[in-house]
Design a protein around this ligand. Sequence first.
Ligand SMILES: *Cc1c(COP(=O)(O)O)cnc(C)c1O
Ligand SMILES: [Zn+2]
Length: 424
Amino acid sequence: MTTSSQVPLRCYDCGCTYDHGDRTRCSCGEPLWFDLDTSGFEWPTETARATGRDQTTTGIWRYDTVLPVSAPDTTTLPPGSTPLVRAGALDSFAGCELHLKPEGQNPTGSFKDRGTAVGVAHTLDTGADWIGTVSHGNMALSTSAYAAAAGLECAVFVPADIPPERLDLLARHDPHIFRVEGDYGRLYEETLALDTDGDAGITFVNSDTPLRVAGQKTIAYELLEQFRLESPNAPSSSTASIAPDAIVLPVSSGGQASGVWKALRELTRSGVLAADDVPRLYFVQAGPCDPIATAFREGREEVTPIDADETIAVSIANSDPPSGTRALTAARDTEGAVVAVPDEATREAMDRLATDVGLAVEPSSAVALAGVRKLSDRGEIAADESVVTILTGSGYKESVETEPQSRHIDLADLEHELASVVGS
Ligand SMILES: *Cc1c(COP(=O)(O)O)cnc(C)c1O
Ligand SMILES: [Zn+2]
């Protein structure tokens, strides 16, 4: 069995390696990821395909040969196995052949569950009792729920002025909630500087830490396997590949973007994905907070912090993204791009997803579809190209300010009222 403590960490930029547990960032300043030998990877065979009953082979654990940890025996809430759906009704809006990956279908409603599950498995391996994270949104909720499922104590650090509705969602899983006064932005570093595996007795699984990125790379393994199987002319050979032309996702810290890029690199190295078939990676930010898109637009080598404005896309409002430069590199390496969209475009995309294909997503997910539309308008994505858009989180957690349309009727007038609309 592989455990994360035996797998070294590597810097994507300068190639330096370190033992896991020592640090999460390279001495050059860039984030590290696990350097597991995945060169022998093959798609799992049909017979190995989980029936859904065995939780240790379902979801992300289907790809456990490329993960730095194994599924814990007690695993509940297996994340992953979200569907890949063809959304033809939105093709003309998107300007391409659109496929959607609704990650809101994960147990706590976002892709964060993939990384959390790996962090929890590692924490159980080390024998520590505590897991922690710095978040006041999906990552905090995910970590709290998975810690509860695994019998771990959970520490979440939220800003002192967190809205009560959010506190309420978190409190359901009974984590230890610390409302922090002071510069919330500095907590990311300060928590990681605590000894993660040893003396402090707590593993921090922040937005782009190696454990989280390892879990989050499974989204790309999964969608490429699904795309290949669902493709009408799917090859019978398990090594031939049919891949989408592009993958589009929202980006904040750059953790998920890094995971997707890592998966593409691993799949190419193992020969499962031909170098010519590597999808272009496009990352989308909200216009009011777009440090990575700004660096891309300006042709810079590095992402630097910006002064951001408020956006409706609250889950991706990070003005100083810890894996920003890594995401920038991923977009360039795959011949993709990083773009920003205004909040109005995000609202429109969110409405179209809800009314045309029945998917309620949060604004931070809708930015990806708004980004696809922008990229096809600019001619960077062609009408006959297939594009997978990752819908990162559910829209059922918070309300969006709109004026709902409804009619008041009297019970006595039911038949007449209904006839007036149904017949019209
Ligand atoms: C966390 C999150 C993102 C951004 O992911 P990063 O890994 O921080 O770039 C996007 N959408 C939703 C819904 C999220 O919760
Ligand atoms: Zn380095």
